[in-house]
Design a protein around this ligand. Structure first.
Ligand code: NAP
Length: 337
């Protein structure tokens, strides 16, 4: 059976996912597209023989030809399309953020709980990266003892002029927050955001930022965002346990020895670093739906938790102080994930 997918938002990541589904993955086809910019949607559909173009996301969701929905429009529109997908009883893969406000995430959780089973998956693709998965296996095995500290470095060579101060937290560090919750298997309860001495390449941005978070059991999580660091896109992760440490290794296919030095490649951007993770993320989502089981990837609660941590981070940056993170009660629907 082929899963017929409708994509709302045919911008950069929407096109990336469409290419991935049509060129690399199996079991799914793009049956419909929609974008606020109809000309763009039509242009994208030109390469998709079976895709219908819809003026509105809502119509796409309700189409009988669409089995499942991918939401890749702007973050502020996600709530509307995810709620409509739940109302239609259709599985929906929503790029991060699940919604830009915690209250909106809560409305999605309420709707999904009322529906009675999981329909929503959120695009935290690092959970599908081979290296992160091995890191989690090592942590869960107990080989390094109980985790005490987690270091997470998120470095971009540069960011566009439209990048704001808060985006270092809500757009960049949000992935590190999700990794910390997933690796440690517990919630984060507090955050303090500290601007370092400014990188002169960053203009008015507060860059780099150092964030110190605490987990429920007292593990400290240290997130560094450096978004003008020039040398490449570098993702670091190290868990310090009671008896050992485990860290993401550099994964070079080729080791270069030249002019008295040994070197390897550093990815240019997130596409290069996480291309495999995006493929695995969508293939596992497609396979789960096709086999009739609920997706087991990042769920609405994970999306909600990430937004609450981001809100607390933005508040901490403004206040210059620690801010508590309060999630409230997790519905049983999300207990096993
Ligand atoms: P983008 O290139 O601006 O694409 C978004 C598209 O959505 C645009 O074509 C926009 O049209 C369209 N759109 C806006 N409102 C809409 C609506 N109501 N209905 C239908 N289409 C609408 O942005 P992007 O970089 O692809 O990012 C999209 C989302 O993916 C964001 O939430 C972003 O955070 C997320 N993302 C996640 C990752 C990841 O690592 N997981 C990476 C990149 C992006 P107009 O521009 O014409 O208004």
């Amino acid at each position: 059976m082929t899963l017929n997918i409708g994509v709302i938002g045919t911008g950069m990541i929407g096109q990336t996912h469409i290419r991935c589904i049509t060129q690399a993955l199996s079991g799914a086809a793009i049956a419909a597209v929609s974008d606020a910019n109809r000309d763009l949607a039509k242009e994208v559909a030109n390469d998709l023989p079976d895709a219908e173009v819809f003026d509105a996301g809502q119509e796409l969701i309700e189409s009988d030809h669409v089995d499942a929905v991918i939401v890749t429009s702007w973050g502020s529109t996600h709530e509307e399309f995810v709620l409509a997908s739940i109302a239609a009883g259709k599985p929906v893969f929503c790029e991060k953020p699940l919604a830009t406000e915690a209250a909106a995430c809560r409305r999605i959780i309420d709707a999904e709980v009322a529906h009675g089973s999981r329909l929503v998956q959120v695009g935290f693709m690092r959970r599908y990266d081979v290296a992160y998965r091995v890191l989690k296996t090592v942590v869960d095995s107990g080989e390094i003892g109980a985790p005490l500290i987690y270091y997470s470095g998120h470095r971009n060579p540069e960011v566009p002029g439209s990048y704001t101060r808060e985006m270092a937290i809500v757009d960049t560090a949000v992935h590190d927050f999700d990794m910390a919750r997933w690796l440690l298997g517990e919630e984060l309860v507090g955050i303090r955001v500290l601007p370092a001495k400014r990188n002169s390449r960053g203009g008015e941005l507060l860059d780099p930022l150092l964030m110190i978070l605490e987990s429920e059991s007292g593990v400290l999580v240290n997130v560094e965002t450096s978004v003008n660091i020039a040398y490449g896109y570098d993702i670091r992760g190290e868990v310090v346990g009671e008896t050992g440490t485990a860290s993401l290794a550099d994964r070079n296919l080729v080791d270069i020895r030249s002019a008295g030095a040994r070197s390897g490649r550093i990815p240019a951007d997130w596409r290069e670093r996480f291309v495999g993770a995006f493929d695995t993320e969508l293939q596992e989502w497609i396979d789960a739906i096709a086999s009739g089981v609920a997706p087991t990837g990042p769920n609405s609660w994970d999306g909600y938790a990430a937004t609450v941590v981001c809100d607390a981070g933005v508040e901490s940056l403004a206040a210059g102080d620690r801010v508590a993170i309060a999630l409230g009660t997790k519905p049983a629907l999300y207990d096993s994930h």
